[in-house]
Design a protein around this ligand. Structure first.
Ligand code: HEC
Ligand code: HEC
Ligand code: HEC
Ligand code: HEC
Ligand code: HEC
Ligand code: HEC
Ligand code: HEC
Ligand code: HEC
Ligand code: HEC
Ligand code: HEC
Length: 499
């Protein structure tokens, strides 16, 4: 207060912590400007004021508009319509955000509009043409085009009359209702699966699994009412990949016709545990349900939701049960991702991903014959390559369900890629690597198989030089990386990636 006395009014809509779930630290313009309170001193809401319009593009740099647009990125109606979204900045640099995909999805307002700020509810109580129209840039409020059957709005006075914070049902015109994530809607029952027990767990036997399926309120569901219920078996936990004599070394069986018992449903695997199996094996469960809401009305829609995956471990030879090593923390993935969910809502836990995305598996089953050599899908290799996206020197395309290509070369990672702890559990990203098996990497530089450390480091360091360096430091005795990059060595992984 220039005249003295206590400060009575501050602007605190979003706390830096919210941005830093994905960014290591919000800073810009060469790093000299740090934290949102600084940004908004210049990036002001001067919507109709030409001084805050980027002269080259006509795009405003009002924070409400710019940040919404940057993160809506590839999903902006204008971008989808063929008009790139960019801002010309310092030194006439063109900063194009047309390929940005925010892993939490832009309709997940709470990722940024968290509860920590003083005015945390501003996004629910202060709707405006600038803030809402930033993402919904196909709405012309002056003419009403694209807005509620052509309803024009000359100013912001009435927005909050109709767009209230929360209405009576999900998917209404209220701000929460309009942006609710279908999978989290209160209008669906969802599905939650649990494995109660596994019997016949010795080498040579066919495991018998007893499981339950309930909706989120705890009511029992029959398997036949779901779209999919499957049980996956893999082993041994020292490194999945060669435990079963199947393609990929694991098996997935449908349990939709499981028998009903008093304690739950029972399913007997067709696949037996091999007679010579040793150590610990694992069984994981996935389930998916489709429900229709607003049935029989114009708003009718179908929503698919998946059960949180459950994974259990058991000994096949009487030795002590040793769960598979935990390398990454799902909670850290979900700081950026809304909720990791792949393969049609079936799979959402890194514990189940690694059962199939093992060192031996590739996309051979889905890659059309005329698309060349298969691509590796080993979890570490694949996840490093996906997030390295735009920085890597190689093409990375995996063919998935329906023989559809998924290309990851445009992925822009919002954090520092050398901050291993954004994904990893402390102590799990060092050399020597705990993995036991070499990895199939038929499209790699070191091919057809690559040793564990060369694979892990090479997932991000994709240059020929780096691959050659890894190769010359590999002998018939194994990889020598730890000599120089080990935890106590002069070029330790922590030291070379210090930020
Ligand atoms: C859910 C993840 C997520 C959150 C939360 C998030 N961002 Fe981003 N942000 C991204 C991604 C992805 C990109 C594109 C990759 C990149 O350029 O860093 C990006 C890009 C940006 C850019 C452009 C960076 C550049 O190099 O040009 C700015 C500025 C930005 N974000 C600011 C913010 C602010 C401010 C907040 C908090 C209000 C925020 N972000 C919250 C994911 C996120
Ligand atoms: C001193 C005023 C000022 C501050 C503080 C400021 N900016 Fe900017 N920023 C600008 C101006 C002006 C532009 C328009 C382009 C230009 O003239 O360089 C801009 C442009 C941008 C762009 C567009 C891309 C580019 O490279 O120009 C982004 C993104 C951005 N700022 C993010 C931020 C973030 C995030 C913060 C806070 C950490 C911030 N700015 C702090 C003045 C500022
Ligand atoms: C990537 C981060 C991010 C996401 C996601 C996001 N916002 Fe925002 N939002 C911002 C920033 C940054 C501001 C400006 C804060 C400031 O000026 O202090 C803002 C401001 C607003 C404002 C203006 C508040 C005011 O005081 O004028 C509204 C309204 C708003 N957001 C609505 C939404 C809605 C609705 C969603 C979800 C559909 C959403 N936002 C998603 C970052 C985000
Ligand atoms: C950060 C981007 C973002 C902001 C800001 C934003 N929305 Fe949305 N909005 C979305 C997305 C994404 C959807 C889902 C679109 C879809 O599923 O096709 C959506 C959906 C809607 C819908 C449902 C109808 C439809 O198009 O599917 C309404 C109504 C709506 N938004 C109103 C608003 C209002 C009012 C505001 C301002 C308070 C706002 N939005 C701010 C991204 C945003
Ligand atoms: C008289 C009520 C009313 C008023 C006033 C109103 N809206 Fe809407 N608006 C609606 C309805 C109804 C929809 C359609 C909701 C749906 O499709 O689920 C809508 C849809 C929208 C959408 C989503 C458009 C899309 O992409 O489908 C946005 C964004 C929006 N309004 C913003 C605003 C803003 C900003 C204001 C103030 C300038 C405003 N509205 C004033 C009733 C209103
Ligand atoms: C710092 C933010 C961040 C973290 C942490 C993060 N991711 Fe991502 N992830 C991204 C971005 C950005 C994309 C690209 C989004 C896009 O293009 O749709 C992405 C894409 C993916 C994809 C590609 C498929 C998809 O959903 O688009 C997978 C799979 C994935 N991430 C898995 C993971 C796993 C597993 C972890 C944790 C071990 C993780 N991510 C941690 C930011 C992050
Ligand atoms: C039952 C085995 C299985 C499980 C469990 C599994 N995947 Fe996959 N996934 C595959 C196979 C095999 C491929 C290669 C293409 C194909 O055959 O579908 C693949 C392909 C992919 C792709 C690239 C193509 C696409 O469809 O997007 C991504 C990304 C992916 N998986 C991520 C994950 C993540 C993340 C998890 C855990 C949350 C997971 N997968 C769990 C077997 C599995
Ligand atoms: C975006 C998420 C992400 C980031 C960031 C990341 N990793 Fe990884 N990393 C993974 C995943 C996922 C795996 C495979 C996990 C598994 O097999 O359980 C992995 C595996 C590894 C492994 C093999 C571990 C083992 O036991 O098999 C090493 C070594 C490794 N990463 C090193 C690093 C280093 C060094 C960094 C930082 C410079 C880093 N990673 C950053 C996701 C990430
Ligand atoms: C998740 C991606 C990722 C993984 C995995 C990773 N690195 Fe890096 N590494 C980086 C990034 C980013 C830098 C910073 C320099 C840059 O931008 O290229 C870096 C820098 C380095 C440097 C410094 C020299 C240089 O190129 O700047 C060395 C040495 C290095 N890494 C070794 C390793 C070793 C050894 C491993 C395996 C244990 C590994 N890295 C795994 C991303 C990764
Ligand atoms: C005799 C010591 C030594 C051994 C053994 C060694 N490295 Fe290195 N490594 C280095 C030096 C020196 C650099 C360059 C460091 C720098 O630029 O800061 C380096 C750099 C790297 C880089 C970064 C390359 C780049 O520029 O992108 C990677 C990745 C790497 N090493 C992986 C490995 C792997 C994997 C192994 C084992 C197969 C290994 N190293 C064995 C000394 C060694």
């Amino acid at each position: 207060m220039p005249g003295g006395g206590p400060v009575v009014d501050t602007r605190d809509v979003i706390n830096d912590q919210s941005c830093n779930k994905c960014h290591d630290e919000i800073n810009f313009h060469g790093g000299s400007r740090r934290g949102l309170p600084t940004c908004i001193l210049c990036h002001t809401p001067a919507y109709e004021d030409v001084t805050n319009v980027n002269p080259e593009t006509g795009n405003t740099i009002d924070m409400r508009v710019m940040v919404h647009k940057i993160h809506m990125g590839a999903q902006l109606p204008s971008v989808k319509g063929g008009k790139p979204y960019f801002i010309v900045g310092f030194g006439n640099s063109v900063n194009d955000y047309s390929k940005v995909n925010i892993p939490s999805e832009p309709n997940n307002c709470a990722k940024c509009h968290d509860t920590n700020a003083t005015q945390a509810a501003a996004h629910l109580t202060r709707p405006s043409r600038a803030a809402c129209g930033a993402c919904h840039d196909d709405v012309n409020f002056a003419t009403g085009e694209g807005h509620a059957n052509g309803l024009p709005q000359a100013n912001d006075n009435n927005c909050a009359v109709c767009h209230i914070p929360q209405g009576e049902t999900d998917f209404d015109a209220s701000i929460r209702g309009a942006h609710v994530d279908p999978q989290e809607s209160s209008l669906i029952g969802g599905v939650v699966g649990d494995i109660l027990s596994v019997e016949n767990t010795r080498a040579g036997e066919r495991p018998v699994v007893t499981f339950t399926l309930k909706d989120r309120m705890g009511n029992l569901l029959e398997p036949a009412r779901l779209n999919r219920v499957a049980l996956i078996m893999a082993g041994p936990t020292t490194d999945y990949g060669d435990g079963l004599p199947t393609k990929g070394g694991y098996v997935s069986e449908s349990a939709i016709n499981a028998t009903v018992t008093s304690s739950g449903y029972r399913y007997t695997f067709n696949q037996a545990i091999p007679a010579d199996a040793k150590g610990t094996f694992s069984i994981g469960m996935e389930a998916r349900r489709q429900e229709t809401i607003f049935g029989g009305t114009l708003r009718e829609r179908a929503i698919q939701s998946g059960s949180p995956n459950k994974v259990v471990h058991f000994s096949v030879d009487g030795s002590a049960v040793v769960p598979r090593r935990k390398v990454v923390d799902l909670q850290k993935c979900n700081d950026c991702h809304r909720q990791l969910s792949l393969h049609g809502e079936n799979r959402n836990s890194t514990e189940i991903c690694v059962m199939c995305h093992n060192p031996r598996e590739t996309d051979v089953a889905r890659r059309p014959a005329d698309k060349g050599t298969p691509e590796a899908v080993d979890f570490g290799l694949m996840i490093h390559r996906i997030h390295g996206g735009a920085r890597q020197s190689r093409d990375f395309t995996i063919y998935g369900f329906g023989n559809t290509p998924h290309n990851f070369n445009a992925v822009r990672f919002p954090a520092d890629l050398d901050n291993c702890l954004n994904c990893h559990v402390p102590g799990t990203y060092n050399v020597p690597v705990a993995a036991r098996l070499d990895k199939n990497d038929p499209r790699g530089l070191i091919t057809p198989t690559v040793k564990p450390a060369a694979a892990a480091c090479g997932g991000c360091h994709t240059s020929r030089d780096a691959a050659a360096h890894a190769l010359v430091n590999t002998s018939p005795l194994g990889e020598s990386c730890a000599v120089c990059h080990g935890p106590n060595a002069s070029l330790s992984v922590d030291r070379v990636h210090a930020r």
